[in-house]
Design a protein around this ligand. Sequence first.
Ligand code: ASP
Length: 359
Amino acid sequence: MFEIKLKMKHLFYCLSFLIITISCTTQPKQEEKIMSTPTQVNDFAIVIHGGAGTILKKNMTPEKEKEYIAKLEEAVKLGYTILKEGGTSADAVEKTIQVMEESPLFNAGKGAVFTNEETNELDASFMDGKTLNAGAVAGVKDIKSPIAAARKVMTNSNHVMLSGKGASIFAKKEGLEIVDPSYFFTERRFKSLQRIKDKEKTEQDHDDQKAAFYDADIKNAKFGTVGCVALDKSGTITAGTSTGGMTNKRWGRIGDAPIIGSGTYANNKTCGVSSTGWGEYFIRAQVAHDISAQMEYKNATLKNAADDVIQNKLTKLGGTGGIIAIDKLGNIVYEFNTAGMYRASMDDKGSLDVKIYKD
Ligand code: ASP
């Protein structure tokens, strides 16, 4: 009996020793895993969008598709070249967005949608991820490049957002091009407004019905806002967004595009984001900042954070649209809950990706 007890005791000591040894040798490995620094995926990278929405192949002619692809390619390649040659992400974002602002294909600059009053009112924003400095313009009617104006607000004023006439006065003082409002006119966008107005006329009898009709119309809309996020060789992320807003908007409605944290956000510690979609929902969900915050506070990856914000939170709220983003490691992410999103990106190896539909 005594012998058995002794053997048991011996076994107990042996087991304890084994457990302690195993836990001591595995502990540092786990810590190493947690502490190990993630590797840089791209030293520089660029991603753009030209809006999300009900973009279906069956509704697209091969010619239109080619036009969109060519313009997205032209824009992203310009930004890529700036970054490759050592330029700043701020220059890459501004110049890339300007290519899309000057194209009537997108709902930004020339090609902006019409308000209920048959005018064009443009919004844009710009953010530097290194300093967290930001600038925006809202409801401007005669600034040729709203994205350039947003950048100037960031660099040359003490403010973050300027609106309407005041923004135009500031832009003019800064030497930016002021155009006659008719510069923004395009037949296609004007017809879209007329179509919506005609539908509204047939729905005069009941206000609720009218509102529901308007909502259904938005749900099926194409959001043609443009945006760009770039990471440069110095590690600075810049994000920018430019838009005409939503067709038939009224009462000086401002969307998410000029709202820092909703339409645009950049932080070198996390990522840069540019949004497109039904602006009211993007404002309420604070889409761009929420993605960054999940990375900062929850240690989420960019992909997981974007997926949660767009596919879970925004979708549950009833919002439609998408985002483009780049994190500090150069990972590029697109995320949207619509049928399509005009989008393109280039990494530091020069590999180009241009897409319209859901894959
Ligand atoms: N987000 C824009 C807005 O609500 C619309 C768009 O993305 O096209 O003003």
